[in-house]
Design a protein around this ligand. Structure first.
Ligand SMILES: CC(C)(COP(=O)(O)OP(=O)(O)OC[C@H]1O[C@@H](n2cnc3c(N)ncnc32)[C@H](O)[C@@H]1OP(=O)(O)O)[C@@H](O)C(=O)NCCC(=O)NCCSC(=O)/C=C/CC(=O)O
Ligand SMILES: Cc1cc2nc3c(=O)[nH]c(=O)nc-3n(C[C@H](O)[C@H](O)[C@H](O)COP(=O)(O)OP(=O)(O)OC[C@H]3O[C@@H](n4cnc5c(N)ncnc54)[C@H](O)[C@@H]3O)c2cc1C
Length: 662
């Protein structure tokens, strides 16, 4: 990081005000002092590679150049990872340095994030032995090709067909319609030579549902599509420009029988289909990635908050009091209201991610012993937390962007790109509403079990408690607020269930009643997520090992999150809990007190995310606060500023002006 001496004086003053040890926060956030050291060491190693530095900002490159530059850097980055592993005999520590290098999304994202994990999670030991070493060493490059032009959410409706031919012991892949073409997979456009293809399995004319197959689609030497493969790139998007999303269709393309990933279901040589213990295990990679997305949301909220808080400390505009100099915009309570929730939410998502990761690891361990009891809870929880955190994180990033005024609209602030990337997670890996409805299915089942007095899984056990206990008077404490959110969830789950029952009594069948109640069902899932986020994050803060100085600030942040959402959803709380108008007024005042209490530590808190300038990649957010200098330096990089007079003057403007004289 830059030295204090070169810093903008406002930031120096802000840092001097901080009441806790920033290094302690960094170590707590990333797990330990050792983890911080290792992460920084790895980031240093990456940033020392000269070839990874861009000559001009990516925005000035064409679509094609941007992709090619992305691949170039992704391959260099991959070498750094390999060298680290060879030297240290372990993978590099978790880090976000790809953001400093690729800036947008790596064309290898799907290779590392879904191709390799699907082989590991869905392949037999023999299949793993065949493909994992090649994939991990990048002898082959892959993606996860599931979504099609016609179907993304409803994967049982996928149209890609894999027909087993017992004579040759091969599967024949076909995309019989335009809508059956794979559409979206990252890296598919021009990068990968292999993919996991999710296709409908047919044996002797009988359908056996969707399964994952490994297909080599390009020649390893020439990179040309193999005969029977039609593949290409889908074009520019709102973000993900360097992710190289592509399309793919097969025409009687044959792959050997061993290319069906058979850890779960199997096809024997003679065409006998052997069912797996649970067909939903085929969806396993998606569950893993949804858990990871909660962690990504923490990162994106931290990144946007760091940029916007530092900028707000440096930016002066207008007066709070006419007699005083222009105020730092961070001193306006409205600005604190916009920004501190992003800081607080990043911590909440981080704690929720760590909690989910534990649940995921436990369930995976249980599944390896053929125990599936906790899989539905994992699926339901990953669905709703992914859905709620990604939507909230997108809104927080956008709010941070807006909070930077006009400069937040500059690409060089990195907030527009960050918004494009963050908001994509609302859709990919399961569209928000669709995932919330998955959780609602689970909540309805849990509710029916609660009505029968059955024991419920831990994440929904509050439904049973709320059913048994009479509603207690509201308590304006963090624990009281957590209970309040559980009451809201309880109330919404109950109301959605009763709405379904009402429609069924009116003669509707269950599916129609479900559709008619689905707005309520989605709201019930959201409320359930909020209750989890509040409970998990408050418990994490209470049990943390932080020093008293840091603990005080972390508790303030957690309380800010709880109070913010109490005020945002006060209507729900008035409907479903014993909160009163007076309680809400007390909490409104408390919320304002929290903003004021957090204000002196705002810069220290974002320094505590330890995101270096290269990762922030922002004119507004750098550690030294040289905002105006950087804005000008970046503007001067525009190709339009490399010439005094642009040729369009002679071609168009001058003739127009001369015509106008006639
Ligand atoms: C919406 C889905 C889950 C519906 O699937 P479907 O087979 O139609 O299931 P049902 O709705 O009928 O539910 C049956 C039953 O199964 C349970 N279940 C569903 N999924 C899982 C699961 N993963 N694990 C465990 N159990 C599961 C469900 O709860 C039901 O249980 P009941 O007891 O109530 O009967 C499905 O179609 C789906 O997942 N859709 C989303 C598609 C998606 O996420 N695609 C991602 C593509 S890859 C991508 O986007 C990559 C992005 C880039 C990046 O990551 O960076
Ligand atoms: C940036 C990005 C990267 C991606 N990368 C990949 C990849 O690498 N590999 C891959 O396979 N896929 C990828 N995808 C595809 C992604 O997984 C799908 O777009 C996603 O699952 C949503 O599916 P859909 O597009 O079919 O949306 P749709 O399902 O068509 O959604 C459209 C609308 O219909 C509603 N809707 C749909 N079904 C229901 C229902 N049952 N009940 C109520 N409402 C419903 C939705 O709520 C939404 O409002 C990517 C997508 C994006 C944006």
């Amino acid at each position: 990081m830059s030295t204090e001496t070169k810093c903008n004086p406002d930031l120096v003053r802000e840092r001097a005000k901080c009441t806790f040890d920033v290094n302690e926060l960094i170590n707590l956030f990333y797990g330990s002092e050792k983890a911080t050291k290792e992460r920084r060491h790895f980031e240093d190693a990456v940033l020392a590679v000269k070839e990874l530095k861009d000559a001009i900002p990516e925005e000035y490159l064409s679509h094609k150049e941007r992709y090619e530059n992305g691949v170039r850097k992704a391959t260099i980055l991959r070498d750094v990872y390999r060298d680290y592993k060879a030297k240290h005999n372990r993978d590099p520590p978790p880090n976000q340095i790809t953001k400093a290098v690729i800036k947008d999304i790596s064309p290898f994202l799907l290779h590392n994030g879904m191709f390799v994990p699907t082989i590991a999670g869905q392949g037999t030991p023999e299949q793993q032995a065949e493909w994992l070493p090649k994939a991990e060493s990048m002898q082959i490059i892959g993606t996860y090709a599931q979504t099609e032009l016609g179907h993304g959410s409803f994967i049982r409706g996928l149209e890609t067909i894999a027909t087993y031919d017992p004579k040759t012991e091969e599967f024949v892949l076909n995309n019989p319609t335009l809508t059956s073409f794979k559409w979206w997979p990252g890296g598919l456009g021009s990068t990968v030579n292999h993919c996991v293809v999710v296709a409908q399995l047919y044996i002797n004319g009988k359908s056996h549902g969707i399964h994952p197959f490994i297909a080599q689609i390009r020649d390893l030497d020439t990179h040309k599509p193999l005969p029977g493969v039609k593949v290409g790139e889908i074009g520019p998007k709102m973000g993900f420009q360097t992710a190289n999303n592509g399309f793919l269709g097969f025409d009687n393309f044959r792959i050997p029988r061993k290319n069906m990933l058979m850890k779960n279901a199997q096809v024997l040589k003679d065409g006998t289909f052997v069912k797996g213990i649970n067909e939903k295990l085929t969806y396993g990679t998606m569950v893993m990635v949804r858990v990871g997305i909660v962690g990504d949301c923490s990162f994106y909220a931290a990144l946007a908050a760091t940029i916007a808080v530092r900028y707000s400390a440096v930016r002066h505009q207008s007066h709070i009091k006419a007699s005083e100099p222009e105020a730092q915009i961070l001193d306006y309570l409205t600005q604190q209201h916009k920004l501190f929730i992003a800081v607080a939410s990043s911590h909440v998502y981080r704690n929720a991610y760590l909690w989910m990761e534990k649940m995921y690891t436990n369930v995976m361990k249980e599944l390896s012993q053929d125990k599936q009891d906790n899989l539905p809870e994992l699926h339901a929880t990953a669905c709703c937390l992914k859905a709620v955190c990604s939507r909230d994180a997108g809104s927080l990033v956008e709010e941070c962007r807006l909070a930077c005024g006009g400069h937040g609209y500059m690409a060089s602030s990195n907030l527009p790109l960050t918004y494009g990337v963050t908001i994509a997670a609302v859709t990919y890996e399961g569209e928000r509403t669709v995932l919330l409805l998955q959780t609602a299915r689970y909540l309805m089942k849990a509710w029916m079990a609660a009505l029968k007095g059955k024991v419920l899984s831990p994440s929904v056990s509050y439904l049973l408690n709320s059913l048994k206990e009479s509603k207690k008077p509201w308590q304006n404490t963090p624990e009281g607020i957590v209970k309040g959110f559980q009451h809201v969830s309880f109330g919404k789950v109950k109301a959605a269930y009763e709405t379904i029952q009402k429609y069924m009594k009116q003669g509707k069948d269950y599916e129609d009643a479900w559709n008619l109640a689905s707005v309520q069902l989605v709201k019930a899932s959201e409320a359930h997520s909020r209750a989890i986020l509040c409970e998990v994050s408050w418990e994490a803060v209470c049990s943390s090992s932080a020093s008293p100085n840091l603990s005080r600030v972390l508790q303030q942040l957690a309380q800010l999150y709880l109070t913010y959402w109490t005020l945002e959803t006060s209507g729900d709380l008035l409907l479903y809990s014993n909160i009163t108008k007076d309680d809400l007024i007390i909490l409104r005042d408390k919320y304002e007190e929290l903003l004021v209490a957090i204000r002196p530590n705002a810069v220290g808190l974002v320094d505590g995310f330890d995101l270096r300038d290269e990762i922030l990649n922002s004119t507004l957010g750098s550690y030294d606060g040289r905002v105006y200098e950087r804005l000008m330096e970046e503007a001067l990089k525009s190709p339009l500023n490399q010439e005094t007079v642009n040729s369009s003057f002679h071609k168009y403007l001058k003739p127009m002006m001369e015509k106008a004289k006639l």
